[in-house]
Design a protein around this ligand. Structure first.
Ligand code: SF4
Ligand code: SF4
Length: 435
């Protein structure tokens, strides 16, 4: 009974902290502006199915894709076992589902063990890839000590959790021989390899090891679930809404500002008669996170910091300061800063800092060529370019702070309706010159 009470307290404690953290993240995302969703709902669900669930875009790089898929499927399916852990913990039972499922239980446990070993080996491979082979995109400037430690922590915790399952099952199999309270599971293939490690232990010690592994695994899972809400690993959940809300228009499409479009149309005399003018925006473009859309802010929490965007960014590859991954990390860090400040009664958005300037510099956003390579590369359909363009829009339209070379282009567009310094009346001179 004491164990059940302790378990219930632990479960409630972690649930409380996880719920509190989710609420903070939600409030952070709600700092952004609500934007209307366009396009077909079925296309959005298709993206969720193929890109988030099916990991379609990951398969551009086959080996990491297969290993990532194993970790992902393994973790999802193994966590079905957590349901049994929770029932056992609360009801004081042991392997609650075994009597109901009969021989299917044994098959399921063997599948779980196969996945546990696959997760374990994939995590070892990823650790080697990051820390021994030192793939450059995991060591670039924005990958400071915390993002690197975060990635390594996740991999190591997953290894330890999988080892706990295998230890628990190995000792459990031995206890089934000595102690009638241990429900028969049938032979479990992978944990059987661990049996020689424990077979000389006394029954009391075996029970201690089995119970320790059980508690370690379930408390580890709950702790991991809480940790995930503070980590880039949150992408395992956020990838789903992010692919649903991702832009459906062709990549080259840039959102116009209705108020500016309207102004241009009336200058050209093509405004619709009697149409209601669009509402004036509080600010052109974005200076801080509250000027961005909620979709932009949600995407920042969906970023897995994989760096595929940065590794394909022509600006970054030619030595410019821009990294689309850093744009997403900075956006998330600023949202976190503001939402934590608001939650603790602080200054929030009025803390004297802004996303543009304190996190992201003009040098970074001006280096962007708007090529969309980062958008194409992202496995979860994040669009760093959207944020860059909004920040740039602010610099150009609110601060008139664009580089001098751009200003002359803007002036030409305004006076000549083209980027070049020719009068519109000379626009069709070129065919005459060819004649
Ligand atoms: S759109 Fe900008 S940030 Fe993205 S890859 Fe191209 S240059 Fe880099
Ligand atoms: S934006 Fe996408 S590609 Fe870039 S680091 Fe984040 S998840 Fe990876």
């Amino acid at each position: 009974m004491i164990q059940q009470v302790v378990f219930a307290i632990i479960l409630l404690g972690f649930s409380f902290f996880i719920a509190r953290r989710i609420s903070l993240i939600k409030k952070g995302i709600q700092l952004g502006k609500q934007t209307p969703l366009t396009g077909s709902t079925s296309a959005r669900w298709k993206n969720v199915l193929f890109i988030a669930f099916g990991q379609k875009k990951m398969f551009k790089r086959l080996v990491p894709a297969v290993l990532h898929l194993l970790i992902y499927v393994g973790f999802l399916i193994i966590n079905l076992e957590v349901l049994e852990f929770i029932i056992d913990g609360l009801a004081g039972t042991h392997r609650f589902f075994a009597p109901f499922l009969g021989s299917i239980y044994s098959v399921l446990m063997n599948v779980f063990e196969f996945l546990a070993v696959a997760v374990l080996l994939s995590c070892v491979f990823f650790l080697i890839r990051r820390n021994v082979l030192k793939i450059p995109r995991f060591w670039s400037a924005e990958m400071t000590s915390w993002p690197r430690m975060d990635a390594n922590t996740i991999l190591m915790v997953e290894i330890v959790l999988m080892l706990a399952i295998l230890t628990m099952n190995a000792t459990d199999q031995l206890l089934q021989i000595h102690d009638p309270h241990y429900t028969a599971t049938g032979s479990l293939f992978f944990s059987s390899f661990f049996i020689p490690v424990f077979e000389n232990l006394e029954t009391g010690t075996l029970i201690f090891v089995e119970r320790f592994a059980w508690w370690f695994h379930i408390v580890g899972i709950l702790g991991f679930a809480l940790y995930v809400t503070h980590s880039k690993h949150l992408h395992i959940f956020m990838a789903f809404p992010n692919t649903y809300y991702a832009k459906l228009e062709p990549k080259g499409h840039i959102n116009n500002m209705p108020v500016v479009t309207n102004e241009v149309k009336s200058m050209l005399g093509i405004a619709e008669a009697g149409a209601t003018p669009p509402a004036e925006p509080g600010r052109f473009g974005a200076k801080d996170v509250n000027d961005l859309s909620r979709i932009n802010l949600m995407a920042a929490f969906a970023c897995t910091e994989c760096g595929r965007c940065t590794s394909e960014c022509p600006a970054n590859l030619t030595g410019k300061k821009l990294s689309p991954r850093k744009i997403m990390m900075d956006t998330r860090d600023r949202v976190e800063e503001v939402s934590k400040s608001i939650a603790s009664g602080g200054a929030g958005l009025s803390d004297g800092k802004t996303l543009l300037g304190d996190y992201i510099t003009k040098e970074e956003i001006n280096a962007c060529t708007s090529c969309n390579a980062c958008v194409e590369a992202c496995p979860v359909m994040i669009n760093p370019l959207d944020i860059i363009l909004e920040l740039r829009r602010y610099v150009v339209m609110e601060e008139s702070g664009s580089p001098a070379s751009w200003n002359s282009m803007f002036q030409n567009i305004e006076t000549n309706f083209a980027p070049w310094k020719f009068s519109p009346s000379d626009r069709f001179n070129w065919p005459k010159d060819q004649a």
